[in-house]
Design a protein around this ligand. Structure first.
Ligand code: SAH
Length: 342
């Protein structure tokens, strides 16, 4: 059976060529053809011998995603709704920043984490995405940007799904998009966000690429976090922070702590104080995120958000506020997909 070329790292392709008795630099030629020249037909890779082109055509195919819909927001954020070959829908967001273009990638169809404030979890996980299905989310958008001489410069793994619940495929995906002979997205331009799957944080600390790690914390006491994020019942705050300290010690990479401000739920100065005590001593910065209203929860108003922010600053916590994007096109996780499904 043929397999999707986008599922394979250059190392994996090199092993394929070696098994065929070909030199492993063929894998580099393939990567350059696929990711630099954007060739989507093996017969057009003219620097390969004809027999190799034919063999590759027998063994591989070029996967593709069907663009069902693109929604464009007033701030130029674009949301792509893609259909996978099996009919499942996924979404990918393109954000324009002054430093470049970033793509927010989905890792699973649905999500099992069940965080109460997040629209993604309203649909249980149907399946994991393959590395190639994640790569194709980036390539398809990059193809569009190329037409205006731009490129995807950053990737955030913050779409639907829990990346650490699809660990091997997500790491393979990171290797593929980071490959200097391929898309060459710098590891420091890649951010992976997890709700706190602790064993995988330990594993990830041995990953050789300098990828940024973000933690969806959102609540600074076990009592609150248990109520809204069921992952906390498996790995409580003490267990999580032990892993984060370990991760920092191992990698020397500063961690991002994500904190959505939810009106009347986690936005009091008492909450800010608990957060400050929790993150104090960890080399991290706190990212305060305006909530994209998807259901019962409301966003914190600006004046309270400012008090929260200032409390952290006053206590010497590194803190930034995330600029909201795509509010008017429901770019929060899972929203578009849900709208299309009902
Ligand atoms: N499962 C991973 C990645 C996907 S969610 C994780 O939990 O980190 C990416 C980020 O968006 C998380 O911090 C998540 O908590 C947050 N998020 C979910 N719903 C949101 C909403 N409606 N508004 C703002 N942020 C949201």
């Amino acid at each position: 059976m043929k397999v999707n070329i986008y599922d394979y790292s250059r190392d994996a392709l090199a092993a394929y060529f070696i098994a065929l008795g070909s030199p492993k630099f063929r894998a580099t030629q393939i990567y350059e053809a696929v990711y630099r020249q954007r060739i989507t037909d093996f017969t057009e890779i003219t620097n390969l011998k004809k027999e190799i082109r034919i063999k590759m055509q027998e063994d591989y195919y070029f996967g593709s995603l069907e663009i069902v819909k693109v929604s464009v927001s007033a701030d130029e954020t674009e949301k792509y709704l893609y259909q996978l070959p099996d009919g499942n829908l996924i979404e990918t967001v393109l954000m324009k920043h002054d430093y470049g273009y970033s793509v927010c990638v989905t890792t699973q169809v649905g999500c099992n984490m069940g965080c109460l404030f997040c629209a993604s979890g309203q649909v249980k996980k149907i399946r994991d995405l393959t590395p190639g299905e994640m790569v194709m989310q980036v390539v398809t958008i990059d193809d569009v940007l190329r037409k205006v001489s731009k490129r995807v410069s950053h990737v955030v793994i913050m779409g639907i799904g829990e990346p650490f619940d699809n660990y091997d495929n997500v790491l393979e995906f990171i290797k593929i998009i980071n490959d200097p002979k391929g898309l060459a997205i710098g590891s420091r331009h890649i951010t992976l966000s997890t709700c706190g799957v602790v064993p995988k944080i330990y594993e990830f600390s041995a990953f050789p690429l300098q990828v940024n790690l973000a933690i969806s914390l959102h609540f600074a006491t076990d009592e609150k976090r248990n109520r809204y994020m069921k992952i906390n019942k498996a790995y409580n705050l003490e267990t999580l922070f032990k892993a984060l300290h370990y991760y920092y010690k191992k990698t020397n990479r500063r961690i991002t702590i994500e904190y959505i401000l939810l009106l009347g739920i986690n936005d009091s100065l008492q909450d800010a104080d608990a957060l400050m005590r929790l993150v104090r001593g960890l080399n991290c910065y706190v990212n305060l995120i305006p909530y994209n209203e998807t259901g019962i929860f409301k966003r914190t108003d600006l004046s309270q958000a400012r008090l929260f922010f200032e409390y952290l600053i006053k206590n010497n916590i590194n803190v930034v506020t995330r600029k909201e994007q795509g509010h008017d096109i429901n770019a929060a996780c899972g929203q578009l997909r849900i709208k299309e499904m009902i």
